[in-house]
Design a protein around this ligand. Structure first.
Ligand SMILES: Cc1cc2nc3c(=O)[nH]c(=O)nc-3n(C[C@H](O)[C@H](O)[C@H](O)COP(=O)(O)OP(=O)(O)OC[C@H]3O[C@@H](n4cnc5c(N)ncnc54)[C@H](O)[C@@H]3O)c2cc1C
Length: 400
């Protein structure tokens, strides 16, 4: 006889799991609070659906915090496997110049979602919308709030795929922490990742710098350095150039209530080269005009330097270049969780086995962003969800 399996939540991790479970072995039901699957998946696709990254396994795995948590699942279902899986659904992909992987131009995120939904139909997965999981009954049944009243469901296996807590409008609210806490499962409160970082810019320069990018820079926090681009907002910084430093910034904020970041505004130029370039100003140019010309500085960079340095320091080439190479700012908090791309927190990794089973609740599994791990943007979040889903599906489908 087939076993019953309840998958709670209908995001990326749930979809691949349901697609890949052996339909001869399992009767699979998905329970989703919304009226549609994959709402966060569609939001993720708004600025281009970055499915994964093309880099090699060793580098790929090093992107996660903690680094080893995804090793087994990724070795089982890597970025190459994910690309092949998506291609087999009829969705062509391409690798962008940054190494990131996207659906081919013209293919919308909804097309990818529809292709996955077709596979769910083919696999005879039962999808139950408007089923909001509320917790466990005394007999350990799953309790769902539905438009026709509360339902209790007992299944042989349950997989929780409830997501993190960012973008709660998509349905992933992270309001289930207390349910697991009551079951004596160690849960960590959520905090934002790949989010905006709050900086108190001097008021007099906000009009000049707000909305402006800082391109081709490096940002350092603690012992980690990342190259890329950030955007200045009225209240801080955001963008792919700083997102990968989320764990270091969060750690410093937790320890010291502030985090120092050091920006190299000209990583392609050495200190000596910059000094040499600005040391022979043309008599026709002012000191600032010479800086702009020789170092290719823009108005935003000049405004930031002037706001930070005294007049005499600004006029001192050594202090000025030191600041260009090591521009220090203080982050005083993370931006709001609602606007973050992802979250850390949720179920502690200590609570799950190598196969993602809750050690204290046999036959109950947890995958996806519900778990307490961190990953930068760049396709690493979706890849982790897909790797965990496929890994678990294959494990559960193995002959016993
Ligand atoms: C703006 C934005 C851009 C992003 N861009 C990218 C990107 O380009 N590349 C990338 O790799 N990642 C990206 N991500 C992250 C990625 O979308 C997520 O990491 C991924 O979707 C998480 O999948 P999941 O299955 O763990 O959870 P989710 O996709 O969040 O799914 C969880 C599901 O559970 C349902 N649910 C929650 N509570 C209940 C309940 N009590 N009962 C029933 N159902 C419930 C929710 O409605 C939801 O459908 C982005 C995220 C955001 C917000």
């Amino acid at each position: 006889m087939k076993k019953t399996i309840s998958i709670i939540g209908g995001g990326a991790s749930a979809i691949i799991l349901a697609c890949e479970l052996d339909p001869k072995k399992y009767s699979v039901s998905v329970f989703e609070t919304n009226t549609a699957l994959g709402r966060k998946f569609l939001v993720a696709g708004d600025g281009g659906l970055n499915l994964t990254h093309s880099e090699n396994e060793k580098v790929f795995i090093s992107r996660y915090t903690p680094t080893k948590f995804l090793s087994k699942a990724f070795s089982h279902f890597s970025n190459k496997d994910l690309i092949a899986w998506i291609n087999a659904l009829g969705i062509e992909t391409f690798v962008g110049s940054s190494g990131r992987v996207f659906p081919k131009k013209g293919v919308k995120p909804i097309d990818v979602l529809k292709a996955m939904e077709d596979k769910l139909k083919h696999q005879h997965v039962k999808i139950n919308f408007k089923h909001e999981w509320q917790g466990f009954s005394e007999a350990d049944e799953l309790i769902f709030k539905t438009p026709t009243g509360n339902k209790k469901i007992k299944s042989d296996l349950t997989v929780f795929c409830l997501g993190g807590a960012s973008w709660p409008v998509t349905g992933s609210k992270g309001d289930w922490l207390t349910i697991f806490k009551e079951k004596n499962i160690d849960v960590i409160p959520f905090s934002a990742s790949n989010c905006s970082f709050k900086i108190d810019w001097p008021k007099n320069i906000i009009k000049i710098i707000e909305g402006k990018p800082l391109k081709n820079i490096s940002v350092k926090c603690g012992n980690k350095i990342h190259f890329g681009e950030v955007v200045i907002t009225a209240t801080g910084l955001e963008g792919s150039g700083i997102y990968p430093l989320s764990p270091q910034i969060r750690n410093e904020l937790n320890k010291k209530n502030e985090a120092k970041i050091f920006i190299d505004l000209k990583p392609d130029l050495s200190f000596d080269e910059m000094i040499q370039r600005i040391s022979k100003p043309s008599s026709k140019l002012s000191y600032t005009e010479n800086l702009v010309k020789q170092l290719n500085l823009n108005k935003t960079q000049i405004a930031l330097l002037k706001a930070k340095l005294s007049k005499s320091d600004f006029l001192d080439p050594i202090i000025l270049v030191n600041n260009l190479k090591n521009f220090e700012w203080t982050i005083y908090s993370l931006g709001p969780i609602e606007d973050a791309i992802s979250t850390v927190g949720g179920i502690s990794l200590n609570e799950i086995s190598e196969k993602f089973e809750l050690k204290k609740m046999k036959n109950n599994f947890v995958i996806g962003e519900m778990l307490d791990y961190d990953a930068p943007t760049g396709g690493y979040l979706l890849q982790s969800c897909f790797s965990m889903g496929k890994f678990l599906a294959d494990h559960l489908s193995e002959p016993v």
